[in-house]
Design a protein around this ligand. Structure first.
Ligand code: C2E
Ligand code: CA
Ligand code: CA
Ligand code: CA
Length: 278
């Protein structure tokens, strides 16, 4: 949505006071927004390379705000993350995702759902219990739930995050490192984490066609990931040429606008039907 930053219609930038006010409004309204159905989850497919088989989705939150219109996560997730409400957000997205996985399983489709975690989830010693309970309730194999975590999320408090990650991993949940390549201590960090998957940051994948150093970074991450026994996922795949290059590098999974934009539940299900039933 084009609602943050400068106003494209009136052409002025909001003042600090306006930004603060809006952030405050969003935080105070978020819980009731969850309860009244303004918040929903969109799904973006991930495909295996080179087969193009759909292996899962990333679950991405959206907020249809009565006053501000459709809000993208970067416009409210940081504000929500600064409060205890992020627990409610993560639970909501996880529940929606597990519901989808359950309904795919019922149709004979084995696809995973990936949920983005916040620092606060990783600092919550009870979080793995919540996850285990939800997996039982939906009767979903833990492998079909993926959590995506960022370096800053883990490294802000590794003493608290690591035990949580180890428990999730021991339960069989899939763990992925998101936005890989953007941090500064990436290699050391990757080796010490109990993770299964690494997602190459979209900035490198988007730059691959025009920038040889981006290409080199992508190739290096694919090799590094494989040498550590990890599944390598590329996000931000917009061009067929990028997909072809990723195939030639041996990258395992692709996600991006080339395959599909994130879609509402209804539209994603239609996309899936058109793709799997020919
Ligand atoms: P992310 O985890 O890196 O998610 C991928 C973002 O890249 C999504 O933006 C997606 O729409 C976008 N994207 C996908 N394919 C392409 C492509 O081919 N080209 C380009 N240019 N972009 C692509 P989105 O949905 O706006 O989400 C932004 C961020 O908000 C996410 O980045 C994630 O960090 C955060 N987020 C989203 N949902 C949640 C959530 O439920 N909880 C938390 N804590 N964070 C969330
Ligand atoms: Ca935006
Ligand atoms: Ca992500
Ligand atoms: Ca990412």
């Amino acid at each position: 949505a084009a609602h943050s930053g400068s106003d494209p219609v009136r052409g002025y930038a909001p003042s600090m006071g306006q930004i603060f006010l809006r952030r405050f409004q969003l935080v105070t309204q978020f819980r009731s927004a969850l309860e009244t159905g303004q918040v929903s989850v969109h799904y973006q497919p991930k495909i295996a390379l080179p087969s193009r088989q759909v292996v899962g989705v990333e679950a991405l939150v959206r907020w249809r705000h009565p006053e501000f219109g459709q809000l993208d996560p970067d416009e409210f997730v940081p504000a929500v993350e600064a409060t205890g409400l992020v627990d409610a957000l993560t639970s909501f997205v996880m529940e929606q995702g597990l519901q989808r996985v359950r309904s795919w399983l019922d149709r004979g489709l084995r696809m995973s759902a990936a949920v983005n975690l916040s620092v606060r989830n990783l600092a919550d010693a009870n979080f793995p219990d919540l996850v285990a309970e939800a997996l039982r309730r939906y009767d979903v194999p833990p492998q079909l739930l993926t959590f995506e975590l960022t370096e800053s999320g883990v490294m802000s408090d590794p003493e608290r995050a690591l035990p949580v990650l180890r428990r999730l991993h021991a339960m069989g949940v899939t763990l992925a490192v998101d936005d890989f390549g953007t941090g500064y201590s990436s290699l050391a960090y990757l080796r010490q984490l109990p993770v299964d998957e690494v997602k190459i940051d979209k900035s490198f994948v988007l730059g691959m066609g025009t920038d040889l150093s981006d290409m080199a970074v992508v190739r290096a991450i694919v090799e590094l990931g494989h040498s550590l026994g990890l599944t390598v996922v590329a996000e931000g795949v917009e061009e067929d040429s990028a997909r072809e290059q990723l195939v030639s590098m041996g990258c395992d999974v692709a996600q991006g606008y080339l395959i599909s934009r994130p879609l509402s539940e209804e539209r994603f299900e239609a996309w899936l039907r058109a793709r799997t039933i020919r």
